[in-house]
Design a protein around this ligand. Structure first.
Ligand SMILES: *[C@@H]1O[C@H](CO)[C@@H](O)[C@H](O)[C@H]1NC(C)=O
Length: 200
């Protein structure tokens, strides 16, 4: 059971491509001639909503999912750009995994009752000259925590606690699928949103 579920976590979660050293969450600079699709996740131990997932095309919001509504709600102008029902189901499953990872990190640090935040950014960029970039990384309490290196491919821990997450995320060969997701699926999604925006 865990294998297929972890795989689903990656395939559904990942919407990115990665080039280390770039600032992934920033929109492309004017004149750079690139489109970008960026997703942001946030899991927090206290307060509500405890989980959110948002997507951005060229820095502008596409939809927002949160643990209160359990629904991926499109922004005005994006109503028919995707199957929001399916996106809601994906994000609901991701919410479960994300909160479990947060709890495990908190347990590692022996503070299961404090306020802690595990948040991530993943996405890709497609430039007019055909060049692509991608990335996927997570912070814990505003410190770099783990980052995907798609050339290896491998998850690179940024602090000792991240090894427990790395082990899980590499347990069933998901790194290969993650890489493929970053290099292909994210770019396909980006084109889908781009073409929708052109036509609507
Ligand atoms: C996590 O959230 C902080 C505060 O909003 C932000 O500065 C940081 O870039 C986020 N980290 C990731 C990996 O998304």
């Amino acid at each position: 059971m865990m294998g297929p579920l972890i795989t689903a976590f990656f395939l559904l979660l990942f919407s990115g491509t990665t080039v280390l050293g770039q600032k992934p969450q920033s929109a492309p600079k004017p004149g750079k001639q690139c489109d970008s699709l960026v997703y942001k996740d946030k899991e927090q131990s206290k307060g509500t909503p405890f989980f959110t997932n948002k997507a951005y095309f060229n820095g502008k919001p596409i939809y927002q999912y949160d643990s209160n509504s359990k629904e991926a709600v499109p922004e005005p102008g994006w109503e028919n750009a995707d199957d929001w029902n399916q996106e809601s189901q994906f994000q609901k499953r991701r919410e479960g995994f994300g909160m479990e990872y947060l709890r495990e990190i908190m347990a590692y640090y022996k503070d299961v009752s404090g306020l802690h935040v595990f948040n991530g950014t993943y996405g890709c960029e497609l430039c007019k000259n055909g060049a692509t970039n991608g990335f996927w990384r997570y912070d814990y309490d505003d410190r770099p925590f783990i980052e995907f290196d798609k050339e290896k491919p491998a998850w690179i821990p940024k602090e000792p606690a991240a090894n427990i997450i790395k082990e899980k995320w590499e347990a069933d060969g998901s790194v290969t699928q993650a890489k493929e997701y970053l290099e292909k699926t994210c770019i396909e999604n980006l084109k889908q949103y781009r073409d929708y925006k052109k036509a609507n």
